[in-house]
Write a protein that binds this ligand. Structure first.
Ligand SMILES: Cc1cc2nc3c(=O)[nH]c(=O)nc-3n(C[C@H](O)[C@H](O)[C@H](O)COP(=O)(O)OP(=O)(O)OC[C@H]3O[C@@H](n4cnc5c(N)ncnc54)[C@H](O)[C@@H]3O)c2cc1C
Length: 304
């Protein structure tokens, strides 16, 4: 049985592992997709104390190396449910396995929000992407679009403008909701064309069932607008995915309710990072949660 089992290898989960391992606890981290979680898809992180600039991939792999060196165990699998058998005894059921742990930390983050326009299901992964860092290189010297109006969308547009011929930045409202510094960079970039007040109707497909363009409606004039593009990067926010834990935690709009100590309503079960109810979702608050939950999970395990 592990002392602490952590669900999710994002910034929050790996920081919790770091703190638990440094206190001689046995730790298993289960990750269903990518080491690093969301931040691994960020081209440039500039708001971490003492680090002027780092790519999300470098940040994630350095954190991974740090905890692996301390003896952290990893499994690539998707956790499907958690049961509490007794005090200090949780059963964790994943797609391929069952695990036992004295304490569990949920660090499941959030997943990408989709746009349910015509042809979404057909073209998702065939021109529609949610990660410019991962897929941007496929569209070198091509025309691409970014849908969204906040920090992630603007970061994607700037990154894509380095390699793509042109970037359409498509916004539902009449302004951008990002940091001033990013807005200034985007507005000055000659390869980025911003269009406001448009709502996506259809992902247009070619004869090979690949994306060839986007059909929008202008929300003011009701006229249709078509953008030709081979790639479309959707950055319209994220949604939580915590229903599977609802037997042991309370949810608010899908996010897990905790107190300031990251404790859920079930003793020995903690929730950290973007998956929990909080006001600011970013790396610094995720890693803060990781440190807090590890501290209280260690105390819980020691008290058994
Ligand atoms: C493109 C982009 C750029 C960003 N840039 C910045 C930035 O510059 N600065 C900043 O501070 N923040 C930034 N953020 C926000 C920041 O990345 C997040 O707030 C933070 O990384 C959240 O970390 P987390 O560990 O809580 O969640 P996540 O990073 O979402 O990690 C959760 C992990 O859990 C895994 N998981 C989920 N469910 C299960 C399951 N059932 N079983 C197993 N594994 C599971 C997921 O696959 C994922 O890897 C950015 C986000 C994005 C998307």
């Amino acid at each position: 049985m592990y002392d602490i089992l952590i669900i999710g290898a994002g910034a929050a989960g790996m920081t919790a592992a770091l703190n638990a391992l440094r206190n001689n606890k046995t730790v298993l981290v289960i990750e269903k997709e990518t080491i690093g979680g969301q931040i691994a898809s960020s081209p440039k992180v500039e708001n971490l104390p003492s680090i002027k600039e780092i790519s999300g991939v470098d940040f994630s792999s350095q954190l991974y190396d740090q905890i692996e060196a301390l003896g952290c165990e990893f499994d690539f699998d998707e956790v499907k449910s958690i049961e509490k058998i007794d005090e200090g005894h949780f059963k964790i059921i994943s797609e391929y396995n069952e695990y036992e742990a004295k304490s569990v930390i949920i660090a499941s983050g959030v997943k990408h929000r989709h746009l349910n326009a015509i042809n979404h299901d057909l073209l998702d992964g065939r021109g529609i992407s949610y990660c410019a860092v991962c897929d941007g290189a496929f569209y070198k010297d091509e025309i691409v679009s970014v849908i969204g109006d906040a920090n992630t969308a603007l970061q994607y547009a700037l990154l894509l403008a380095n390699t793509s011929l042109k970037v359409y930045l498509c916004c539902l409202f009449d302004k951008l909701f990002a940091d001033k510094i990013l807005i200034n960079r985007v507005i000055k970039n000659p390869r980025i064309e911003i269009t406001y007040n448009i709502s996506l109707l259809e992902y247009l497909k070619d004869d090979n069932n690949k994306l060839k363009g986007l059909r929008f409606e202008d929300t003011k004039t009701k006229k249709e607008i078509i953008f030709d593009c081979k790639g479309c990067f959707v950055a319209i926010g994220q949604i939580p995915d915590n229903e599977k834990f609802s037997n042991l935690v309370d949810l608010e709009k899908g996010f897990i309710k905790t107190n300031e100590l990251c404790e859920t309503k079930t003793k020995g079960l903690y929730a950290i990072g973007d998956c929990r109810v909080k006001t600011l979702r970013q790396v610094s608050t995720a890693v803060a949660d990781g440190a807090i939950a590890a501290f209280y999970a260690i105390n819980y395990v020691d008290s058994l």
